[in-house]
Design a protein around this ligand. Structure first.
Ligand SMILES: [Zn+2]
Length: 258
């Protein structure tokens, strides 16, 4: 990311109008990247306090997941900063730092997917722990046999209510955090990886002339329903007008999201 020149470098392979004309402070992309990286390393070192792993213990699982969900905004923020640094650097220099962008995108994607997968596990565990704990309270109540409306009976009612309130609050707070931050990290990761690809690298090319100027074609009713159910879309080459069908999740001229 370091560059000795003060002015933005003009990339001769890019047409002049695509070269960036505004001047950004040179250290800004590097600073953004470093702050992001520092935040992420801080998050990792914080996670190391969860060691030693005690995966068989449900309570340990719940506590660890709650901590990770609680701090999930930190990796999200750190990847926004790191990727912004990479993208700004690309914009300023008119180049593409593919490896760095790709690595950041991939790590962000992996962490995001892990967070999203951890949410159902967390819900299952907390439901299990809730049942055990409330059974414990009910069993103790059976042993004590408090008289109806006695102080002891009210105490049992209160502790049951507190237990369910706590579970509800935690599920809402940590579960939502996990889903939102996980989703944001996945999107960020996809963006990061997409930015490293040149469209021509992944896009469909014409089956006849090999042109990369391929657009989604006007589709008739049959083609439309084929596209809706199988995601096989009809594309048209802008150079030779050849129409052809290809699988594409989004209907854009490349198979997947990136
Ligand atoms: Zn063609």
């Amino acid at each position: 990311m370091e560059n000795e020149t003060v002015q933005p470098k003009v990339n001769p392979s890019v047409p002049l109008e695509e070269n960036v004309t505004f001047v950004l402070p040179r250290p800004l992309p590097t600073a953004l990247f470093c702050v992001g990286l520092a935040l992420f390393l801080g998050f990792l070192s914080d996670c190391s306090s969860l060691l030693p792993l005690n995966v068989a213990n449900i309570i340990w699982q719940i506590n660890s997941l709650e901590r990770v969900f609680n701090e999930a905004s930190i990796p999200m923020l750190s990847f926004i900063l790191m990727l912004s640094g990479v993208w700004l650097n690309n914009a300023v220099n008119g180049t593409k730092n593919k490896i760095l962008g790709w690595i950041c995108g991939l790590i962000s994607l992996v962490i995001g997917v892990s967070l999203l997968l951890a949410v159902p596990l967390y819900l299952k565990n907390i439901n299990f722990a809730y049942r055990i704990k409330s059974e414990e309270i009910l069993n103790q109540r059976k042993i004590d046999k408090p008289a109806p409306r006695s102080e002891l009976a009210e105490k049992y009612d209160a502790s049951l209510k507190e237990l369910s309130d706590t579970v509800y609050r935690n599920v809402l707070r940590f579960g939502t955090n996990g889903v939102v931050m996980g989703g944001a990290l996945v999107l960020l990761g996809i963006f990061g990886i997409r930015q490293t690809r040149d469209r021509a690298d992944v896009g469909f090319t014409c089956v006849t002339c090999g042109s990369s100027k391929v657009r989604l074609s006007q589709m008739n009713a049959n083609e439309q329903s084929l596209a809706t159910f199988t995601r096989i879309h009809t594309f048209r080459c802008e150079d030779c007008s050849r129409r052809f069908r290809k699988f594409s999740i989004t209907g854009k001229p490349f198979p997947f999201f990136f």
